[in-house]
Structures are given as C-alpha cells and as structure tokens.
Design a protein around this ligand. Sequence first.
Ligand code: URP
Ligand code: ZN
Ligand code: ZN
Length: 489
Amino acid sequence: MTEPTYDLIIRGGRVATTTDVFEADVAISGETIAAVGRGLAAAKREIDARGKLVLPGGVDSHAHIEQLSAAGIMNADTFESATVSAAFGGTTTVIPFAAQHVGMKLPQVVEDYHALAKKGAVIDYAFHMIIADATRETVEEHIPALVKQGHASIKIFMTYDRLKVDDEPLLDILLAARQSGAMLCAHAENHGIIAWMVKRLLARGYTLPKYHAVSHARVSEAEAFTRLIGMAALIDQPIMIFHVSTAEGAKVIRDARGQGLKVFAETCPQYLFLTAGDLDKPGADGAKWMCSPPPRTHSDQEALWQALALGDLQTISSDHAPYRFDETGKLRAGPNPNFKQVANGLPGLEMRLPLLFDAMVSKGRLGLEKFIELTATAPAKIYNLHPRKGSIAVGADADIAIWDPNREVTIADEMMHDLAGYTPFAGRKLKGWPVTVLSRGRVIIDGNKCLADAGSGQFLARSGGEAAKPTGRLVADMDPERNFGAKLL
Ligand code: URP
Ligand code: ZN
Ligand code: ZN
C-alpha cells in the first residue's frame, strides 16, 4: 500500500486570499501548507470543507494580555485564556505587548512577558515593546539589542499619566527605532486636552462613564496624530497609528500618506460597531464600554469604513484590553466610580473576526478579499510576519480558519472564552462563524472544543522588514548636506 502523500487535507472548500476566491483542496505536511489545488492526493487525515470557506487564520496585531494597565490594574486574561479566546474567534497569530512602566528595565520586562507567553499561549505570538521610560540606557542600548533579538516594533503612549512619553523623549525613541529598523506604533491622543476636560467635568459633577467619551474631545486625536506625524517626518521614521476613532483623525492620516509619508494606521471593531451612546447606561454599567479613545458617532463609523476602503487605514485589530466588571477590574474604586477611576479597555480578541465577517462578508461591506487583507494579510506584512503568516500559500504556516458562512449566532457573554466575563457586543446576531481552526497544521479548535495545549504557541522573532524602512528622504533640518553640519542620523 502506498503511503499517503500529506499529513492532512482540507478538501473541497472555497479558499480565499486578498485577491482571489476559488475552490481548492489545501494539503498540509508537518506545520506548513504543502499544496493548494484540485483533486490532491490522499492524506493521513481529511477535513471535509464542502460548503465552507477556508481562510488564513487572523493576525491580531494589537492586544493587551496579562498586562498591567496604565492605572496599575492587571488585566483579566492570562496568555492561555486570551489566546484560547483568540483561537475560538479564528485568530492564529497575536501581537501583544511587553510593557515597560517607569523604573523598569526593558530587557527584564521582555523576559518576563516571554516567560508568561511560553507557559500559556496556544497560538503563535510576537511582542511590541512599550517604552514608558526613555532613559539613555533604554534608548541607546536596550532598544537596539532587543530589536536584534526579534522585537522589531515599539509602542509609545502620548497620554495616560503613568505611561505617556513627551515630545522630546519621543524624538529619542523615533530615532532609536530608525537606527534599529523597528516600526514605531503609537497611542496618539493629546494628554493636556484630556486632563483639562477630565478636571472640568469632574469638578462639575459629571462623573458617569458616558463623560469619559466627552473628556476625550475629538480634537485630542487629530492634534496628536498631526504632532506625531510631524515628529516622525523630521526623523524619517515609519509609524503605525493605533485605534483611529474619528473622521478628522482618518483625514490627517490620508493627508500624510498623500504626501508620501510612511504612516500606517489601524482601527478596531469598537470604532466600527459602537458609539459613545453605548456608554450611556444607568449607574456604572457604561464602564463596560469604556475604552480609549472612546467609540464616537455613526458618522465616524462611516468615515472609518471609507478610510478602510480607500486604504488610508490598513488593518483592523482588537485592542483587546479585558477588565472584569467587578472589584478586580472596572469597579476597583467601588461600585460607583467616577469615569477617571475606571480601567480603560474592552475584550475583543474573540469577536473581532466574527463581527467583521458578518459586516464585510455576510452583509457584503467591502467583501471577503478585503476582510482577509485587513484582518490577516496586511498586519502580517506590516509587522514582517508575511509570508509565513497571514495568507494561504504553499510554504506558509498552516494557520487556517474554516468558516461556516451560513452559521447564525447571537453573541452572549457566556460564550466568551476570555476572562473578562462579558462582551461589549452581546446580543448582536451574526452570520458566519469559524468552526475549525488550525495552528501550524494542528487542529486547535474543533467546533466548541479547544484541543491545544497551553504553551504550544511559538514566539515569532522578526526584523522590521519593508514597512519599517525609512523613505530615505530627510527633511532639511535633519539632512547633513543642508543643515549646517548637524550630525548624520
Ligand atoms: O482603552 C484602551 N484601549 N485600553 C488599552 C490600552 C491602550 O492601548 O490604550
Ligand atoms: Zn491605546
Ligand atoms: Zn491598546
């Protein structure tokens, strides 16, 4: 008897990439895709995918896992619970953070997060390094060394009292990113505007969660984007602007890209499906929908969809930041906290793809190919994980989500596998659901069962790649040919 050619075949499904949708079998040998075609030879095991869509597993490039928040509150998930919930939602690669707080040494921070992920993660992962303390040692020694070890993206906050980086250290970090070949990601909101609004609102007794949205005045986003883009242009450093929430913010990005600047940007489901009105609930309930920046208006949602369609925004991440609605999380300051006392963030790893599949594929907004691009291929490319991650192609890791496009599901808190205890999207009816999920050739989700072992996810070391390369066009102030002898970058 002849040996089967492959380890596993996913047979008879409709395979999709960012450009094509076609009927094909997908054959897997070991951990990678060995062949894509019709009538492929036998395998040791077969999955019948007739009537299903065979899609690349999602890449979620922004998630806070087992991380101390800006307010010093530990988020609800472990690497195991967060990545199990991601896998149930069809996501097979995640980029969480190794988060430095002031006074911490960055190499120790990275080592600590490595240990947590190694113990728990069930899908593959890389890290963005959060820099909150731009000491000379951090900037000149630790960043270059850690980028060389495969941590090729840095994140900074322009707001939050304990984490924010002011303009001058931000320039140091931008330069360190440029010299090391790393992407610079940013939470860009104007800290002064928000702090000023918070003080005035609280002083007048406006304490409910809904005033959190008011305190993040719309202009705080566009102003910080403009300032960040200016500083990045001065250094000629590519940047990724996280969680765009307003039409004005999207326009700032469109204009910068129109000038040829290397500015990338993402949005998240909460800005496409929620509004500030969701925070307007009795008592503290609205805290469940509190994140920063806050969800905005229906017309911002439309502007963001348009920006996605035009390519101004290239990815949709979850910004998963789970806090329980109890004294360990959102209600740590008591049952009736003022909005400033509530941890910011929403759980989202699990529902990111089903929400977007329903909107983009089932309801037809932008379509299946764009769904794959925004949620898998583009983040894999921008963070230099492609072609290993983010598409179905021969030689790629066999990270695959098989979707039943006809399965109808009503989202409920009890269905979630993270530890937040609720989802801000409960009650929504969705069409389309990931029923089988593979990570490097292993079936890790089979219907409602998770088959993956804690710690089976692997760290993905990566360099900065194409997206993180400077344009090479120095502005006059930084160009040694034109600026009267300033030092070379
Ligand atoms: O409200 C949010 N998004 N919390 C998570 C931390 C962050 O990235 O802002
Ligand atoms: Zn943020
Ligand atoms: Zn975040």
